[in-house]
Write a protein that binds this ligand. Sequence first.
Ligand code: ZN
Ligand code: ZN
Length: 274
Amino acid sequence: MAFGDFHTHTIFSDGFGTVEEMVNSARAKGLSALGISDHSMTPFDLRYCMRPETNIEKYEPTVREAQKRARELHNFPVFLGIEWDLGSEIDRERYDYTIGSVHYIIRKNGDIFPVDSQPEKVFGGIERVFGGNRLDFAKAYFEQVVTHAEKNKPTFMGHFDLLTKHKTVDEDDEAYLAVAREALAEMLKHVPLLEINMGAVIRGLRSVPYPHPKFLPLVLELGGKVILSSDAHHPDKIAFQFPEMLRLLADIGFTHVSRLTPDGIVEDEIATLL
Ligand SMILES: [Zn+2]
Ligand SMILES: [Zn+2]
């Protein structure tokens, strides 16, 4: 396997493996590179993110040390990333790359609810904030995705349609699809790279990645680029079903996937990775 995996979590946030265990697993699986991307601190919800109790201050030196060791001993590239939530302050210069993700609906009046937490919290928020109107919920979610891309310009965008995790919206509904497509086009103007994210497939919640494959022809048409991400929270799940994802991308017409390197982002021909 010559591909890399650029969205993974460790015990510094809500993952289950140490940085070292993640690097060892990536190497054992024959990957070409690994990105570690724990959750930025969200002051309004401290359950999943890095915070003082989980040694947030040790995250950077620990990954840098692993990076140095992997390079010196094995010539294996490890990247220090962060999954950057909208509404979270970070010093981006400290990281090799950032993933722009939206996990919360944040209203101007301070009302906040999670998009991918327990279903009762998500549906409770939709009821409370949008009177149960799921299209309004989708519009608010995608507005934030576009805002994140425009304002913060992360290296690539995370799980584009995470709001569908608990089947909050009908993914065949034309009104929903129109809102999502418009947001996708707008987002790609600001950040042309988005991930193919396997998080919900790993959890058995979906059979398809984020974004739903029905959006991928539009990504292709608009000149967007894609990068592979497991969103693994466990060392065993690194690069989960990547060969299947590459075949899916090839079937849609993609010829290349992007990859981080110490010299910047390069594109690999999919045919050479299969
Ligand atoms: Zn995420
Ligand atoms: Zn993640």
